[in-house]
Design a protein around this ligand. Sequence first.
Ligand code: AMP
Length: 619
Amino acid sequence: MAKVAINLSTGSIQQEEIIVGIDLGTTNSLVAYIHPEGRQPLAINDQGRGTIVPSVVHFPGGGDAPIVGTDAKQYLLTEPQNTIYSVKRLLGKSYHDLGQHAEELGYKVIDDNSEGLVKIRVGEKFYSPIELSAEILKELRLRAEHALKTPVNKAVITVPAYFNDSQRQATRDAGRLAGLEVLRIVNEPTAAALAYGIGLSPDEEKTVAVYDLGGGTFDVSILRIQQGIFEVLSTNGDTYLGGDDLDRAIYDHWASEYQLSTILFQNPSAQQELRLLAEQAKRQLSSQDTFEADFGGTTLPLSKAKFNELVQPLVARTITSCRQALADAKLTPQDLDAVLLVGGSTRVPLVYEAVSEFFQQPANNSLNPDEVVALGAAIQADILGGNRRDVLLLDVTPLTLGIETLGGLMDPIIPRNSKIPTKAGRQYTTSVDGQVNLKISVYQGERDLVKENRKLAEFDLRGIPAMPAGLPKVDVNFILNADGILKVEAIELRSNTRQAVEIKPQYGLTDDQVEQMLMDSLTHAREDVAARMVIEARTVAEQMLYQVERFVAKNGQHLTEEEISQTTAGVEQLKTALTTQDKDTILKAVDELEELTRPFAERVMNISISQAMAGKKIE
Ligand code: AMP
């Protein structure tokens, strides 16, 4: 039976509202839906271009009109600075979080030396990983709309089980920027289980392992499924291990065995050619026993036995992770009802054998490992769309609950559509030295700025011991019980000071009002995310100003007149930038002030280290 939906903004009636499932991957992304007739999940293959969309965004000539996917991928070598790949690794992360990995990327990640979220510079513009992920999602959305010939506004998006709140929120924001209402963020292993039909009946109880080896990342999760609830018991992996490393092992073998280092050193396009041949060899050896190719007159052979020998250490590392995950879940292989394989690299027979041997049962690889996560996301979308009456849908909270943070931003604690009862929390700190009170304002709604949401309550946590800003640790917990009553409690951990309130979030709200709040969040998605980005840029800038001014006041005697006057000019420029509402201008000024102060900041640090050392006495 076809469903009919009414578009609230236009009043028009739509036939069958489509909710798509999206696998937003590090290397590749896909979109899937439930075919209305067969009611089977299908990955969308628009115009015969295949189901896989490489997660690559290219800005031709460093301009601001990006292209996405296979067309973008070809610029990875020729225009690396304008071609962004692996952006999923940056989602919800600060430069600090990335560490050395920031330098390994072909494009420029801005080092603003702060805890703020990273930005990527392309040409004269700064992009957040959210904006770049949104470009990938937009491409998927367009493909779905084109293939299905209907508007697509709603989606379920998958994330790795180990993603934290900030990475999940970033994924949601990316969806919204791409014009999608993200009905739920689902763990990738949960989606894989659903695709294999596990967890679809309410009385089912199963424990499964999901082994996911993609192009650049590896993870394994142990899930327990009980009464329609998917609980992640443990997860393990290596975010820098994948099919690319298998290719690299072949590449290195050929390079040393056939003395190719001179030609490779002189010729970057030869490197690329050899890399492609290595991947081709790997793929062929998944179904055949030998491979041979010609590389500029040299014959490069590879037997399956040699390939297995080359990649054995990498496969062994993944098995070590599996052992750890199982131990963390306090289970043995016999406790597992199934082992599911996800990711293109699980097509390597040695991987299949090693995983099956370790878990003492044949791993399940009957579904296409590239598509399985997207297919599961489509099934989850179908469940949320109310099309599977047989599946238990627990009560959910219709609007997001959260608190106000710096700059009037909404920090979601319990996202909308969370099953209730539920409990979630986050840690906060003070922003001013010696602060003894913290105001907790509780809001409900989907907008990024609290002033657009509905205020539910406000209270002060008093009696925090006076400490420097950033030291107090305040846990804010939201406990939403099965009757929809929300209890918010705040605890300062060092002193154990606590305060709590109880609220009824749905009190006085009609269904129409809830609907209106959701509609508003969609209509205002672009301006909201833009406003949030400006606020985040301003916060980064204000922290930078505070640090630089404090630094100059403390270490002025070690600086030359010229350095002081240059810094003053940089500070002024940043203050002027702050008067605009343009995040790119602000971030550019932050970047420049950082570049300007870095050399002497390092010098002064060396001076103070050597003074400290000189002052040390050896007893
Ligand atoms: P994913 O990130 O899941 O799309 O995985 C892509 C990875 O799977 C890449 O490293 C591919 O080289 C690899 N891959 C795809 N097909 C095969 C195959 N037949 N044999 C081995 N690896 C493959």
